[in-house]
Design a protein around this ligand. Structure first.
Ligand SMILES: Nc1ncnc2c1ncn2[C@@H]1O[C@H](COP(=O)(O)OP(=O)(O)O)[C@@H](O)[C@H]1O
Ligand SMILES: [Mg+2]
Length: 293
């Protein structure tokens, strides 16, 4: 019998086996002849050279050292999603590129150190352009320019660019819909409740604890997510299918129209444990196809 392929799932020191979401992926990978194990991405002893594939999963500590993370990504012989995708996607300024390409995104000002934004008139958000797990994202009441300036100055003092966006009130009522794609095809979706409510951090310290539930997106959101995938593929000059996984986070504006909050191509939680075995099997089958291709 052929040796199983060796697939490494990349986590981080605080979450060396992720947050449990991939627990059902390991047996699904075994079903398709892959022996999967977790590694810590910055562990020099991780057996990268012996792997047939490394899959970014819970590398959620990269934000303060993105350069080091991207260099590591580039050093991995076979990484999904690939290093070039991670480079583009780990800085939320990609939102401007997608908007330029015609996609509706949450209106976003990118504020580099040394520059000042036009403060939105209503409630608004200031967050790092390189960030994950809601860390460093803060919500400000209309007119709270003093508080926002202070937060912005803190981000800038660390040399970080920030994004300023109007707060999308629909998130409070309906959350954001995360549409998950596997090898470019829609797989499943889940809804994440509002995060900027003063909720506590997870025990790992890497993300704000999330309230999630499964969801079937309506046609507008579902169609929008397809458009977002097509737009991203055009901007990245690749075929959708080349993205092993993708998550399109959709919110609705005051007019009810869907817009992009985030396109997660690096290390999104895929909600596999919520979606169940069929979703895990789809991802495992896509890994199999990649290894056979
Ligand atoms: N403009 C916004 N309007 C409403 N909620 C927002 C906005 N920006 C961020 N949030 C909230 O903050 C969370 C984290 O922001 P996000 O842009 O998704 O960054 P990340 O998940 O990478 O930390 C979101 O899940 C959402 O609940
Ligand atoms: Mg997010």
């Amino acid at each position: 019998m052929a040796e199983p392929n060796r697939v490494l799932l990349a986590g981080c020191a605080n979450l060396p086996r992720g947050d449990g979401d991939e627990d059902i992926l390991l047996p699904a990978l075994a079903e398709v002849g892959c022996k999967a194990e977790w590694i810590v991405w910055d562990d020099p002893a991780a057996p990268i050279a012996d792997a047939d594939l490394v899959v970014l999963r819970a590398t959620w500590d990269y934000a303060p050292r993105r350069g080091e993370f991207l260099r590591w990504c580039e050093s991995v012989p076979r990484l999904r999603n690939p290093a070039a995708v991670a480079r583009w996607n780990t800085d939320k300024t990609y939102l401007a590129e997608l908007a330029d390409a015609g996609l509706t995104t949450v209106p976003t000002q990118v504020v580099a150190p040394g520059s000042v934004p036009e403060w939105p008139s209503g409630e608004f958000v200031v967050k790092p352009s390189v960030g994950a797990g809601s860390r460093g994202a803060r919500r400000f009441a209309a007119g709270d320019v003093a508080g926002a300036r202070e937060h912005l100055a803190g981000l800038h003092a660390d040399g970080r660019s920030a994004l300023v966006q109007p707060y999308q009130r629909d998130v409070d009522a309906n959350g954001e819909t995360a549409c998950v794609f596997v090898a470019g095809s829609y797989s499943h979706a889940f809804v994440k409740g509002p995060m900027l409510t003063g909720a506590a951090m997870d025990g790992s310290g890497l993300f704000v604890s999330e309230k999630v539930h499964t969801a079937r997106p309506d046609d507008a959101v579902r169609g929008f997510a397809e458009t977002a995938m097509d737009t991203a593929a055009t901007v990245l000059r690749l075929r959708r299918e080349e993205l092993l996984y993708a998550r399109v986070d959709v919110v609705r504006g005051d007019d009810g129209d869907p817009m992009l909050l985030e396109l997660e191509l690096t290390e999104p939680s895929l909600g596999l444990s919520l979606a169940g075995d069929a979703a895990a099997a789809r991802l495992a089958a896509a890994v199999r196809e990649l290894l056979d291709g």
